[in-house]
Design a protein around this ligand. Sequence first.
Ligand code: AGP
Length: 606
Amino acid sequence: MCGIVGYTGTQEAAPVLLDGLKKLEYRGYDSAGIAVMEGRSIAICKVKGRIANLCEKTKDGEALPGTTGIGHTRWATHGAPTEENAHPHLSNDGRFAVVHNGIIENYMSLRDELIRSGYRFESETDTEVIVHLIERYYKGNMRDALIKTSNRLQGSYALGVICSEEPGRIYAVREASPLILGIGVGENFFASDVTALVSHTRSVIYLEDGEFAEIDADSVRVFDGAGQEIRKKISRVLWDVRAAEKGGHEHFMLKEIMEQPGAVRATVAPRIRNGEVVFEELETLIPHLENVRKIVITACGSAYYAGCAGKYALERLCRIPVEVELASELRYSDPLIDEGTLVIVISQSGETADTIAALKECRSKGAKTLAIVNVVGSTVASLADWTVYTWAGPEIAVATTKGYTTQIAVLYMLAAYIAKHLGLLQNEAALTDTLQALPRRIQQAIDMNPSIPALARKYHASKALFFIGRNTDYAVALEGALKMKEISYLHSEAYAAGELKHGTIALIEEHQPVIALCCNASIMEKTLSNIVEVKSRGAEVLALTFRSNRQIVSVADDLLFIPPVDPLFSAVIEIVPLQLLAYHVARENGCDIDKPKNLAKSVTVE
Ligand code: AGP
């Protein structure tokens, strides 16, 4: 996720753009840039790092005179966070500059086509194909050029464009990434969200997918994908700036829970083509697969629990033993790892000290290493032999949500990819259909949100909470318990349901809340008997299951329903109600949800 801004009016554009980018920095902060037009020339300034670096380099905008411009603050997805990869990107002839938020899924083929046509690329980004397409299609009419360019793009894009042939004008294009127009007096704006606009104007137009805008200082015209002008309603922004950063949500954590369908789609969709799982970044892994005798997954916290959930798909599809090890343990255990081991290292931040150390330990023993990381160019990514990025966008809340679900989504695809290249995968098309349907299923789980606060009010004062499940349900129970304890501070523990009778059931007393995950039909009977066991000792059971599961429905005290999905791929759905329950319990208890006590977003120390 990135932030884009645009301005045209009577003020100097650069300071307005810089101010807007500061308000959007939470959307991405690894590089930034602005392009300002004065007369018929475009000046660009880009930096690695935060907006402060851009302010310094442009002398708070004084170095780039002009009253029209566009700006960008980046969360790297394709291409490391370098100055060359920062936006805006300039066409070869210098007449066009583009900023982009989103992912161009077919950029590789477009890049090859443009290079064959003689276009020169300066960056590794997917975005750069856009500015060269606009240059190719521009014959004096920007609307035509934008329509022709959009027709070639697959994926998500909110674009800002300026053209030196059209001084004083900015263009905005929206497809599956947010883009809002700000309507001022003698000046107009665009931005990724209202945060960057509300200090200038509260009159906004929300562009919709397929629409684009032609913006001058004293006029804003909106067109549909066929180039027909359309009338748009002007809305009033009622949020304050802080609320806007959270998309109107009270906390970043809730915003990021709600972003999970989009984050999983952004991570999965570009890697499924014509019913096949494709990892361009893993082509050199394929020859090594026949030598892999064991897979070890190592990580910390939620990333470790993501590995616990993904293990089942890897073993089932690839028929290779998978061990999931805590990085803080593995690094000191002299692990039985060698060149026949594929080590999968999972980390949202890519900077967790224990995970980095475990990765180095595995490399020193000759293992091949594959990283699943959300932060492009992070240390884990730089050390691994291969890196697969989750395209979840920046995760601000300390408690991970979309980071965890996108990690599991990558593990699901990795299982299919490895199985296919080992000649073991049956019916890949059906499997990719399941994977492509996950965002919709996650959304269905999110839609339960209104029913969660009542449960939170019932459980928020509990002394302790037990999360139980078997197999894939147990893996999700681990993450559900961590979410609950790290933001609500309620003592919460996950137990393999079959393990309860070996001691822990001694803790079950009258009204003890037990959250039972029952989403794996193959072992439902067994979990049902565990529910009966704890209920007979006075527990109150909140069951997470399918509506059709009448046996569980008949014994549970409270119920959370999820849409039925193959349990091999259901973890990313099952976890959503548990994320929401933890959130609402913490909210009920007045906790600092985005910044829980004693915790940090990235544990860069041992
Ligand atoms: C998860 O909600 C926690 N914030 C924590 O367990 C986290 O998952 C762990 O520290 C690993 O972080 P990483 O994914 O950035 O390596």
